[in-house]
Design a binder for this molecule. Structure first.
Ligand code: PHE
Length: 346
């Protein structure tokens, strides 16, 4: 059967306009693809007319061929245009969703800050530097000699039990206090000497709210001619005024440490109640703050300093304790716990 050319014309036009309408109303890419298959697909659409064309006389064939080509181009252009509107719509959805207000102030970079203990340590380093003290460092793994013997604590001395020690297999130990840095300072520099030594110390203790196996001390030592307890008190009061930012009343009680003679416990009048008695000072009006004393002649002698010519004072400040007092921290474990929510408060 052969279609008349006028029927062929009309069929082509019908298919073209039907397809154009379908393309125009396609709501999704799937709709559009279905419309494309219908209009330009290999089996259906305009291609079905190409077969008929072969049976036409040459002029007609040419005319219908041109018609088909034009229709094909129209449809392809319509599909392309429709695809563009889909792409634009998708872009607009993204732009709406990912919209940024570039005029908003940016959130500043997150800044860390110093640990409360580091802060106190740095303050005290600055203070003592301004008073002519060198800031010295010593090893955390110490020899028995520097940690004990040279501080007038021989092996069988009962004072060794005052500090439960982590011994290492090598015979060395984790320093139990910063006092061995006194010894290293005297060995290295000789008299006169003004030094402090902040650092980490270790004791084999069970941990609770007020005990840690690892904590911080700040050692101080001054060796010169005719150093007296008055010098010691002067430096301690200067130190405490800097820490607490006000004048503090101090008292000395006798205290025993093998490396000082006389040895003292320095108390400050309670800063909470002003001395009238409260839970912090256990109603006594005083808070024990730091041990100190005049350097024992044996200690000087062991480090080759002549006690007839030189003497000095030494003190050992508990930096961890001080940070707890300054910031009102009631559990020592929090300081090294690594919980940033806790540390961010300071
Ligand atoms: N090193 C002592 C301790 O940790 C403290 C101290 C230092 C005492 C200096 C007197 C003089 O217990």
């Amino acid at each position: 059967m052969m279609l008349s050319t006028s029927m062929l014309d009309r069929s082509i036009q019908e298919l073209e306009s039907r397809s154009l309408a379908r393309i125009a109303s396609a709501k999704t890419r799937e709709d559009l693809e279905a419309a494309r298959v219908e209009a330009l697909g290999r089996k259906g659409g305009l291609n079905q007319f190409s077969k008929e064309m072969g049976k036409l006389p040459p002029e007609e064939r040419k005319r219908i061929g041109a018609l088909l080509n034009a229709a094909k181009q129209n449809l392809e252009a319509a599909i392309e245009a429709r695809e563009r509107t889909f792409a634009e719509a998708a872009l607009n959805v993204r732009l709406d969703a990912e919209w940024l207000d570039l005029t908003l102030p940016a959130p500043g970079p997150r800044r860390g800050h110093l640990h409360p203990i580091t802060r106190i340590q740095r303050e005290l380093e600055e203070l003592f530097s301004s008073l002519g003290f060198a800031v010295l460092d010593g090893p955390e793994v110490e020899t028995e000699y520097h940690n004990f013997d040279a501080l007038n604590i021989p092996p069988d001395h009962p004072a060794r039990d005052m500090q439960d020690t982590f011994w290492l297999e090598s015979g060395n130990l984790l320093r139990t206090h910063t006092s061995p840095v006194q010894v290293r300072g005297m060995e290295r520099f000789g008299p006169p000497l003004r030094m402090i030594a902040p650092g980490r110390v270790f004791r084999n203790e069970s941990v609770d709210a007020s005990h840690e196996h690892t904590f911080y001390q700040l050692e101080g030592m001054m060796i010169d001619r005719d150093v007296s307890v008055a010098h010691l008190i002067y430096f301690m009061k200067t130190l405490l005024a800097a820490i607490f930012k006000r004048d503090v009343t101090v008292r000395l009680r006798p205290g025993y440490f093998p490396f000082v003679e006389p040895g003292f416990e320095l108390d400050i009048q309670c800063l909470i109640c002003g001395g009238s008695g409260c839970p912090v000072c256990k109603q006594s009006g005083w808070v024990e703050l730091l041990p100190c004393g005049l350097v024992h002649p044996n200690v000087l002698r062991m480090s080759n300093i002549d006690p007839e010519q030189w003497n000095g004072f030494a003190f050992g400040l508990g930096l961890t304790r001080l940070a707890m007092m300054r910031y009102g921290i009631d559990d020592i474990r929090q300081l090294q716990g690594g919980d940033l929510r806790f540390l961010e408060q300071f």
